[in-house]
Design a protein around this ligand. Structure first.
Ligand code: ADP
Length: 574
């Protein structure tokens, strides 16, 4: 199998297990000059990017070459099941307190049925009339797109079936022109050990298509904001008051709607959302082993209440990549291009020829420890790795070649942004609006069949942290991808992808400390500083407004946090 890859062959992408996938993704890959994988019927492993809607079997990570990338991280989906998410957040709340108070109280059925019943009787006994009239939402754990969801007030109305969560319903959501909406935020995690996370500045708002009211809790078009559901609603195509036809806006449109009504407080919402996303990721970071050349691309769903508090509703493992409407195309098309730029996936060819002669470390940091838990040193002999029963010579470690040379990936965000400009100049053709075979328009959560349990033998030897020199080496190795991208020197911004964690990077070979307590403390400090910035800004009635105010707040926030360089403020476009 030696010499299986020619240096500059086309970059090959592979979709699911049969070649079907979101049409938008196919279009973006074609625009990048990538070629579709042809080996679905055989055992061909000539591919560079494998994009799968559901999680990968753990064996796939063990045979990953330097030139290969996958869109899921081992154990990266624990936050994507409704029950898993609530368990993790509950646990973090117990340890770190009210900073984790951003998820509605939740009961797991059937396990916590008795607890739920006693909560109902406590509320019924309450003097407060509103407490006894509380609304709850029942959601099957392994479903998506609003399937199987219903609202109820009395426990007698609850229909029990498969595993589900019952959550306190956010009864007073923020409305625009009387319509409920939630926010879809795109998050990319190229590594959990240590955590590196980016959030895309643009995103979507998804509206219910009937006006919101609590007097009718059984009409899904008033209460559920899933676009897959509202698309088939009777008023979807109607031109609705302020919202227009359809059910989606971009975050930019939401900002404009909020800014007039909320002034400076609107800026704080986005900072609170950033903190919420980071804290959620931190909740599962400790449970994921170090892994290279793989990333997670999540869809976070956040609901704002009428006091502008953000609530986390759920996290999707494979957010829908359909292009149903203008807002979808405006947001998702550049987002995918910039995602691949961020990950250092080249524009056309594998780019391996540029990487000849580079020294490299062991790609198989994730699974190739010696028995004693010590990584093999990065020597020339490690260029030969075991792939199933065959041995294959590995190519020299690619530097971050065609899109991002390593120096760019480090700290020079200006150059990095230039690359994305190149992407934008692409001649983008007509979008195919539907693809019958693909699951474009549906989000995917971790389902029981793909959920990765702690008993999986993904990486049993991994004990975590920096406890030993071997584990430090493995963490460092996990940060250095086969294409030369080094996540411990992660760029602050790539196009509209903004690094939300770590807040700053040192730019040298130092790994950030991996201490959950320290990380949560940093987020808490960040939130305090953001609140102060807004408080002080609101007092200054003669201060700048709108876009100029964003810039002034950014300067003030940096100053308060004493982050000299490399810190980026995440904010949707205005
Ligand atoms: P699914 O995975 O089926 O989409 P979600 O948890 O996202 O399930 O819920 C679907 C929709 O229901 C959300 O988009 C939101 O509009 C609404 N929703 C879910 N949970 C709550 C809640 N606790 N309070 C208010 N609305 C909620």
């Amino acid at each position: 199998m030696e010499g299986c890859y020619n240096d500059d062959e086309p970059f090959i992408y592979r979709l699911n297990d049969n070649g079907s996938g979101p049409s938008l993704l196919v279009k973006i890959c074609a625009e990048r000059g990538w070629r579709m994988y042809q080996g679905y019927s055989g055992n061909e492993d000539r591919w560079n990017l494998w994009w799968r809607t559901s999680a990968f079997p753990s064996a796939c990570y063990k045979t990953l070459g330097d030139w290969q990338f996958m869109n899921h991280i081992p154990k990266g989906g624990s936050i994507c099941r409704k029950d898993g998410l609530s368990r993790l957040l509950r646990c973090m709340r117990r340890i770190y307190g009210s900073i984790y108070d951003f998820s509605p109280p939740c009961y797991h059925l059937p396990l916590e049925y008795a607890k739920l019943v006693s909560e109902f009787s406590r509320l019924r006994r309450s003097e407060d009339e509103t407490a006894s009239n509380v609304v709850w939402i029942h959601k099957p754990v392994a479903q998506s797109q609003g399937r199987g969801i219903f609202l109820f007030r009395s426990i007698c109305e609850m229909r029990c079936g498969s595993s589900a969560v019952v959550q306190r319903y956010i009864e007073r959501p923020l409305l625009i022109a009387g319509y409920k909406f939630d926010l879809r935020l795109y998050v990319c995690v190229p590594g959990y050990r240590p955590l590196t996370a980016y959030m895309y500045a643009e995103g979507l708002a998804r509206f219910g298509t009937d006006k919101y009211t609590l007097t009718d809790i059984h009409n899904p078009y008033r209460h559920l904001t899933n676009s897959s559901l509202n698309k088939s609603g009777p008023r979807y195509a109607e031109c609705k008051d302020r919202i227009g036809s359809g059910c989606k806006w971009t975050l930019k449109q939401v900002r404009r709607a909020l800014i007039g009504r909320w002034g400076a407080a609107e800026w704080l919402v986005w900072q609170r959302i950033r903190a919420l996303v980071t804290l959620t990721l931190l909740a599962q970071a400790a449970g994921t082993p170090p892994a290279r050349n793989c990333f997670e691309f999540y869809g976070f769903d956040v609901l704002l209440d009428d006091s502008l508090k953000p609530w986390l509703i759920e996290v999707n493992l494979s957010p829908a990549l359909g292009a149903d409407c203008e807002a979808d195309v405006t947001v998702k098309q550049p987002m995918l291009h910039e995602l691949f730029d961020l990950l250092g996936l080249p524009m056309k060819h594998t780019g391996l020829s540029l990487l000849q002669g580079q020294n490299h470390v062991n790609i198989h940091s994730y699974c190739s420890e010696d028995e004693g838990g010590i990584s093999r040193p990065a020597t020339a002999s490690s260029a030969t790795v075991r792939r199933g029963t065959r041995w294959r010579r590995r190519r020299p470690m690619p530097i971050h070649c065609v899109t991002l040379p390593p120096s760019t990936v480090g700290c020079d965000s200006e150059k990095a942004t230039d690359t994305s400009e190149t992407t934008k100049e692409l001649n983008i053709g007509q979008l195919s609006m539907s693809s019958p075979e693909s699951s474009d328009n549906s989000d995917v959560q971790s389902t029981p069949s793909v959920a990765i349990t702690s008993s999986d033998s993904v990486d049993e030897s991994w004990k975590g942290g920096y406890a030993t020199a071997a584990s430090r080496r493995r963490m460092l190795s996990a940060c250095s991808w086969g294409n030369g991208v080094q996540w411990h020197r992660a760029t602050g911004r790539m196009g509209q992808w903004v690094r939300i964690y770590p807040h700053t990077v040192s730019g040298d070979d130092q790994l950030p400390m991996e201490d959950a307590r320290e990380s949560v403390a940093q987020v808490s400090k960040f939130l305090r500083a953001a609140r102060e910035v807004v408080r002080e800004g609101a007092r200054d009635t003669r201060g700048p407004r709108d876009a100029a105010r964003d810039a002034a707040f950014e300067v003030a926030l940096r100053k308060k946090l004493e982050y000299r360089n490399n810190f980026e403020v995440w904010l949707p476009p205005f």
